[in-house]
Design a binder for this molecule. Sequence first.
Ligand SMILES: O=C(CO)[C@H](O)COP(=O)(O)O
Length: 163
Amino acid sequence: MTAAGAVPVLRVIVGADEAGVDYKNRVMEDLRADPLVADVIDIGVNRSDEPDEFSKPYPHVGITAGEMIRDGQADRAILFCGTGIGVAIAANKVAGVRAATAHDSFSVERSVLSNNCQVLTMGQRVVGLELARRLAREWVGYTFDPESASAGKLNVLSDYEGC
Ligand SMILES: O=C(CO)[C@H](O)COP(=O)(O)O
C-alpha cells in the first residue's frame, strides 16, 4: 500500500525508436513515480546506448514489447515512435496483443475499457509532451472489466487468433 492508498500492481514496459526516445524517457520517469505502477521495464532505445541500438527500427520495439506481454513478463506497454503507428502495427502482430495509437483522452480510456488494449502508443511528432504525459497518467488508471458488454466482442478476436 502506498501513502496515497493505491496498491501498485502494473508492470509496464516503456519503449521507443529514435523518433520517440525523448517522450519515452520522460514518461518512464512519471511511471516510476506512479502509485499504480509496480515495475517499469525499459526496452530502449536510449540515448546512451550504442549507435546500433539507438537506431533500432520501430518494428523491433513493438514486437519485443508484444512478445513480453504475451509471455507474461509485463502487463502493459507504452510505446513511442514518430507517429505511434509503426510501433502499434508491430505490437499487434503478436497474437493476443492489442495495441492502439491514441492522442486524446477518450480514445485512451476506450482503448482499455472497450478494447482491453495492453499497449498504448503515441507519436512524438504528433502530440505535445505535456499531453502525452497526462494521457499516460490517465491510462494506468483504467482497468478492463471482463464482465462488461465489450468482453464478448473481444472474444471474436481471441477466437480468430486461437488464443
Ligand atoms: O513513426 C514512425 C513509424 O510509424 C517512425 O518513427 C518513423 O518511421 P519512418 O517515417 O519510416 O522513418
